[in-house]
Ligand binder design. Structure first.
Ligand code: PGA
Length: 254
């Protein structure tokens, strides 16, 4: 069987402050990146920097993503950005339901609406899920299962090939240390099993990314021991060298 590409996604969040810095990061990455059949490099800049990053994305060496979209396709929504706008800007992926957005009030229902908008636009949602904390009784597993079910409401089995999940335990986001690779492995298995049960299917090809304190020292282990299909990277994606090092770790996996 052909091995799927590792998907390495940089989520720039509300950074960097200036256009100049954004251009510098993307220029360094596109200049030094070594293309590989094994890896897809994705950057999700702020909406403001998206066209700029697209312009400096030499030879289209990186793929673009959006960090969010509004939950309605069109209308009078001051300050919002629509799915059609990000599609027009050239993105392939849209991050949906990041925990930082959920914290601002994004419900499972809104996440599901956004998933449908992204799929209808023929783009790929990267659906973020993850528990805030763990408990000995394993209630967090039920929480994650529910997040998956809600996000996939009214999503047909044929649409599963256009979806990515990013498992991000909230306690690891912005933290000093990532989750242990063995635990990541347990979660990639759990998420895949949940989707298989939900759709009564025997195998799932949905990529499961891991996010939360990924850096060049732990990326390889999370992708191999953790069996993650890719990574969602915050802080270290703003440092061109770190991001390139993480891409190299992914590329070198046999
Ligand atoms: P971090 O963020 O890599 O800075 O921990 C991850 C994320 O929020 O996606």
């Amino acid at each position: 069987m052909k091995k799927a590409k590792k998907i390495i996604v940089g989520n720039w969040k509300m950074n960097p402050v200036t256009s100049e810095e954004a251009v510098k990061i993307v220029s360094t990455i596109t200049r030094e990146i070594i293309s590989s059949k094994n890896v897809e490099a994705v950057i999700c800049p702020s909406f403001l920097h998206l066209p700029l990053v697209a312009r400096y994305n030499k030879k289209k060496k990186i793929i673009l993503g959006a960090q969010n979209i509004f939950q309605d396709q069109k209308g009078s929504f001051t300050g919002e950005v629509s799915i059609d706008m990000v599609k027009d800007a050239g993105v392939k992926y849209v991050i949906v339901g990041h925990s930082e957005r959920r914290k601002l009030g994004e419900t499972d229902e809104i996440v599901n609406k956004k998933v449908h908008l992204v799929l209808a636009a023929e783009l790929i949602p990267i659906i973020c899920i993850g528990e805030e904390k763990r408990d000995d009784e394993g209630h967090y597993l039920g929480f994650i299962k529910n997040q998956i079910q809600q996000a996939l409401r009214r999503v047909g089995p044929s649409q599963l090939t256009s979806i990515i999940f990013a498992y991000e335990p909230i306690f690891a986001i912005g933290a000093a240390e990532a989750m242990k690779s063995n635990d990541v492995h347990g979660m990639t298995i759990f998420i895949k099993r949940t989707i298989m049960e939900l759709y009564k299917i025997k195998a799932v090809t949905i990529p499961i990314l891991y996010g939360g304190a990924v850096d060049p020292t732990n990326a390889h282990s999370i992708l191999t021991i953790g069996d993650a299909d890719g990574l969602l990277i915050g802080r270290q994606s703003l440092d061109a060298k770190s991001f390139l090092d993480i891409l190299t770790s992914a590329r070198d996996i046999k």
